[in-house]
Ligand binder design. Structure first.
Ligand code: GAL
Length: 659
């Protein structure tokens, strides 16, 4: 049997766990490995923070413990994802190279004593990262039990993509010179005549963090693009070594939730499978959900958190291969409040990832470590090695997965277009508190999933053939190529606010928004305003809140508020949404577009979510009470019952697969 996390054709997804042999006495390893196998786990992710144990002093390597750990785990039948330990440079390295740390916007050094204390732009640290990667890959690159590599750990975690160091400034100047033909071209593209911000050479350009009031948004956008490129280049340096010394192994990296500081489409193109770390309860508590939802879903997570990221990262991944490299197994330690999941949720999250097409779910972590920063974070085992509730659920999920077998391909239904630089533009210039392209995408995704639809979240350069509906929640920089792809697309199209509102250097296009998308929607946005809470315009069952665009067009007003405010325009198969995509407004627009696109929708009770794949329909109950499947959903039950208990999962073989 292959030890690779990638299932063989026709085989179901695999389960795994993150394990830290360096935390535990060696006498526990054999038993731990046997218990993993007994629970149905076949993959173990190790090593990503172990630099100080691998190289306790400069150039003195201690391989013994890791040789033995890999041997014990491998002999038990576990395939290993080995991490490069570059997220945790040891103290001796920082002391040797003190300027390798990232510098925050206030100019403070981000010191040693936790993790991620490095600057992506520091050439010396990049060399060190390559050196340690080379050493580990040379030792284990052809080990039969080492079946995949993870580069680093969660690029950007703890706000570490943007660094205001001297190394970053120097590299930024080089990057600018590569991207603009001359300093005059940069001045013109950024509009630096404004406030006498003109430069005479690239060497005069500083980082945008310390200006008196806001820096030029074009300057910020360039700095964000540069910073993202630095992450990709840092990753590539390791990938090159791993490809050379460990050919044939998958290379992955673990992305995070609701995180856009680097372009994951760029990362996904360079590795074999994109991983992500799924913490539905921590994310619910930490991000912009309403207090009502935080309470309603406190033990389940909002029903779209995990699925949104599954669909987002599948779209970022080369060839659509993606893994859940960390899955919440119980309470975490890092949110403001850290409740325990409802019994059954760990299983539900696992089977939901399966329905969305993952190859692997790996729980974080095997055993709760009683010391240091994450001592309050659950594992599958308690610190005393007794099984925690997560282990029982993981084992149940393993049995369910074995019974269900491989999951087939999903139908093509809705393409939701998301671009990382769209979120950079809206973060740099929200123009209304909290309005970002990422959340526009999330709100739109929720509206679609509440209709029971399947969604692919795709980059603007993705082919759109086969979808019934294409939604562009918020795409400020819309290229001519994207407009051309849209005009070839025969399905329904919804263009959201701010789309086409900027050129590549953050200027408003001469023809006014939606710029290049005017080929699809003949109109001009003549004024945009943001609306404070309470300043709303109400229509029939929907409201305009947060944002409103005034549009000059011959298109047909489709949604008109009682006071005459036009929320949505229609021009043939194209809708232009002139208000922020949220709440019942985006729900109304999605329902209309889905109907016009001939998509099959369902009236789902709150908290129920569906996912189709390979002629099956999976149903997940995120509500805290039992729910019935709607009568409109037909088929033969393969798992569960038509009444789903809280955290319940049902799988129906569909008589007539729908899209
Ligand atoms: C992730 C991280 C892990 C661990 C985990 C705790 O962000 O990759 O190393 O810290 O969170 O939930």
């Amino acid at each position: 049997m292959s030890l690779s996390p990638k299932p063989a054709p026709g085989q179901p997804m695999k389960l795994g766990v993150c394990y830290y042999p360096e935390h535990w006495p060696e006498r526990l390893w054999t038993e731990d490995a046997a218990r993993m196998i007994a629970a149905g786990l076949s993959v173990v992710r190790i090593g990503e923070f172990a630099w100080s144990r691998i190289e306790p002093e400069p150039d003195r390597f201690d391989w013994g413990w890791l040789d033995r750990a890999i041997a014990v785990l491998g002999e038990a039948g576990l395939g290993m994802i080995l991490g490069t330990p570059t997220a945790t440079p040891p103290k001796w390295l920082v002391d040797r190279m003190p300027d390798m740390v990232a510098i925050d916007r206030q100019g403070r050094a981000r010191g040693f004593g936790s993790r991620r204390h490095y600057c992506f732009s520091h050439p010396g640290y990049r060399t060190e990262a390559v050196r340690i990667t080379r050493a580990i890959a040379a030792r284990y690159g052809d080990h039969p039990a080492v079946v995949a590599w993870q580069t680093d750990n969660e690029y950007g975690c703890h706000d570490t993509v943007l660094s205001f160091s001297k190394a970053a400034r120097d590299a930024f100047r080089v990057w600018l010179a590569d991207h603009y033909s001359s300093i005059a071209a940069l001045n013109a593209a950024w509009g630096n005549v404004f406030w006498s911000m003109e430069y005479r050479s690239f060497a005069e350009v500083d980082l945008p963090g310390q200006t008196v009031t806001e820096a030029n948004p074009a300057h910020w956008l360039a700095f964000r693009r540069f910073s993202s490129d630095q992450v990709i280049a840092f990753n590539r340096a390791q990938v090159d070594v791993l490809r050379e010394l460990s050919p044939g192994r998958d290379i992955t990296h673990n992305a995070m939730g609701f995180f856009t500081d680097y372009d994951h489409h760029d990362l996904g193109r360079e590795i074999d499978t994109l991983g992500w770390d799924s913490y539905p309860l921590g994310f619910l508590d930490s991000f912009a959900f309403s207090d009502a939802d935080k309470l309603r879903y406190a033990r389940q997570g909002h029903p779209d958190i995990a699925a949104f990221h599954h669909d987002l990262y599948r779209g970022c991944a080369r060839g659509g291969r993606w893994w859940v490299l960390e899955q919440q197994p119980g309470p975490v330690n890092w949110a403001r409040y850290n409740p325990a999941p409802l019994p059954g949720m760990v299983r539900l999250w696992t089977l939901e990832a399966m329905a969305h097409g993952t190859e692997l779910v790996s729980y974080f972590r095997w055993r709760q470590f009683p010391q240091a920063q994450e001592q309050m974070h659950a594992g599958l085992l308690r610190p005393d090695s007794v099984a925690a509730p997560g282990l029982t659920e993981a084992a149940q999920a393993a049995r369910d997965i074995a019974a269900l077998g491989a999951v087939g391909a999903p139908p093509k239904s809705v393409a939701l277009v998301f671009d990382y630089q769209a979120d950079w533009v809206t973060k740099i210039q929200p123009q209304g508190a909290g309005l970002s392209a990422l959340w526009a995408a999330f709100n739109t995704y929720t509206a679609l999933r509440e209709l029971g639809l399947d969604v692919d979240i795709v980059p603007p350069d993705a082919p759109l053939g086969g979808y019934g509906l294409c939604v562009i929640p918020c795409l400020p920089i819309a290229s001519e190529a994207f407009a051309a792809e849209l005009s070839d697309f025969p399905g329904q199209i919804v263009i959201g606010p701010r789309s086409g509102s900027r050129d590549g250097d953050f200027a408003i296009p001469a023809e006014l928004p939606p710029g290049n998308l005017q080929t699809m929607f003949p109109g001009k946005v003549t004024r945009a305003e943001s609306l404070r809470p309470g300043l709303t315009h109400s229509g029939d069952g929907w409201q305009v809140s947060s944002w409103l665009e005034h549009v000059e067009t011959d298109a047909k007003p489709e949604l008109v508020a009682a006071d005459g405010t036009i929320a949505c325009w229609q021009h043939g198969r194209v809708r232009y949404l002139a208000a922020w995509p949220e709440g019942n407004l985006i729900a109304a627009v999605m329902a209309r577009a889905a109907r016009d696109g001939g998509l099959t929708t369902h009236a789902l009770p709150p908290g129920l979510r569906l996912r189709r794949a390979g002629g099956r329909c999976f149903a997940f109950n995120y509500a805290a009470a039992p729910l019935d499947l709607p009568a409109s959903l037909t088929g033969t039950l393969e798992l569960g019952a038509r009444t789903l208990s809280p955290a319940g999962v049902a799988v129906l073989a569909e008589a007539a697969p729908s899209r």
